[in-house]
Design a protein around this ligand. Structure first.
Ligand code: ZN
Length: 424
């Protein structure tokens, strides 16, 4: 078996999961194959000791958990996010202003360098609501082939291109769809793909997809490059770990949230009540009362996992001078004095001990004090469920580019940490 088996599995998963809806649908299918029972939020939870369950919200967030035999006295939890920055397709997207081409009107989802989407084979994926009889059917769609390109402007027509300039999303980031003006060009293409009448398409959540296939590269395949490593590089190992973790005496739970890239404040984001609702319902279904639930909350450990910045080969001054994360350096424990990350010395020590026992290398991430870092999930999800928590992640380069780079061995390291954490 290849040294990079977990990285290869991750690449397969990313290429077969082009949108958040595919991420959750593919994980749900995998969990069902592994013996997990699907729960519906709008139905009563009938849970049993030793049972394995999962529940989704809005088709884009997922919580999976396994219940120990005996009373639940504590939990081992992992949080990560399913979404990545992209362009979302607006309603009535066809633009035909020149009369000679049809382009697509898009808006940004999250913060990212727009130019990383230029001159690449692009597709669209997501979900579509279709009228069916008197009801509505939700269909996943993945064109699974290049259908658009955002062409950059040739250097001959833009001599300042290498001198840094503002990019207008509304003007410059419209993907070219087809020659000729067709005010319903995309709607017709979508109807054909779904084999439905174009007038039965009611609404959609569709995003652009970079169709460049991810790969391992370099000496000994040391590096992994792909779209959406942030944060599928943590979400996918969490999903693998809960399926493979051995039975134990603690509740094991993974919470994978949508909308981290836009602040997490949606109904399915880390700021919602999704996790706390599921937590409450687990205890209610097992007839464990408020006192036991509160004790378990205090005795638990959450590992919140989201990628962080590696030392950049050409920009070393952007990194903290004494804590330099590198690709393939192992799991990074993330610290922030202003509590952007939840890690403290107590929770960090627990993660370090897990890694020590399992032989997993550890490094430390803190922002350079003159560089403002991004936000993440941990300090948001614990607003509703205040369990002791540590932020971890894997070091990567070009975060939020449509083509990100990380260390291939690190995928195996975080999978091993997640398994050790859930089994502790
Ligand atoms: Zn992230």
């Amino acid at each position: 078996m290849s040294e990079h088996v977990e990285a290869e599995r991750l690449l397969d998963f990313i290429s077969s999961s082009p949108s958040v809806y595919h991420v959750v649908a593919n994980m749900a299918a995998g969990l069902e194959r592994a013996g997990f029972t699907r729960l519906e939020e709008k139905e009563r939870f009938h849970l049993e000791e030793g049972g394995r369950y999962f529940v989704t919200r809005s088709g884009s967030s997922l919580i999976a958990f396994t219940i120990p035999r005996g009373r639940i006295c504590s939990a081992r939890m992992i949080a990560a996010h399913t979404d990545s920055p992209t362009f979302k397709l607006k309603e009535c997207p066809e633009e035909t202003s020149s009369g000679l081409y049809t382009t697509l009107n898009v808006e940004t989802y999250g913060g990212f360098p727009y130019s990383s989407w230029f001159d690449r084979p692009l597709s669209l994926a997501g979900r579509v609501q279709v009228a069916k009889g008197t009801g509505v059917e939700c269909r996943l769609v993945d064109f699974a082939r290049p259908i658009a390109v955002i062409p950059s402007l040739a250097i001959h027509q833009n001599r300042q291109v290498n001198e840094g300039q503002k990019v207008s999303v509304q003007k410059e980031c419209k993907p070219l769809l087809c020659p000729g003006a067709d005010k319903e060009g995309f709607r017709k293409l979508l109807a054909k793909e779904l084999d439905v009448d174009k007038d039965d398409i009611l609404s959609w959540d569709l995003s652009l997809v970079n169709r460049t296939a991810g790969c391992l590269w370099g000496d000994d395949d040391a590096f992994i490059s792909s779209p959406r490593l942030d944060d599928l590089m943590c979400a996918y190992p969490a999903y693998r770990a809960i399926m493979e973790a051995e039975d134990g005496d603690k509740l094991k739970l993974i919470a994978l949230f949508d909308n981290e890239e836009v602040g997490s404040s949606s109904r399915q984001g880390a700021l919602s009540d999704f996790l706390s609702c599921v937590w409450d319902r687990i205890f209610a279904s097992l007839s464990q009362g408020l006192e036991e639930k509160a004790m378990a909350e205090a005795a638990s450990l959450m590992v919140s996992a989201d990628n962080c910045h590696a030392l950049h080969p050409n920009w070393s001054e952007k990194t903290d001078p004494t804590n330099k994360c590198v690709l393939n350096g192992g799991v990074a424990i993330k610290y922030s004095a202003n509590q952007k990350y939840t890690t403290d010395s107590e929770t960090a020590s627990q993660v370090r001990m897990l890694c020590r026992k399992a032989g997993i290398p550890v490094q430390v991430f803190v922002n350079n004090s003159d560089v403002t870092g991004g936000s993440t999930l941990g300090n948001l999800s614990i607003r509703h469920l205040s369990v002791p928590s540590a932020d971890v992640g894997l070091a990567q380069l070009a975060m939020h580019s449509s083509w990100e780079t990380a260390g291939a061995r690190d995928v195996g390291y975080i999978t091993a940490l997640f398994k050790a954490h859930l089994e502790a």
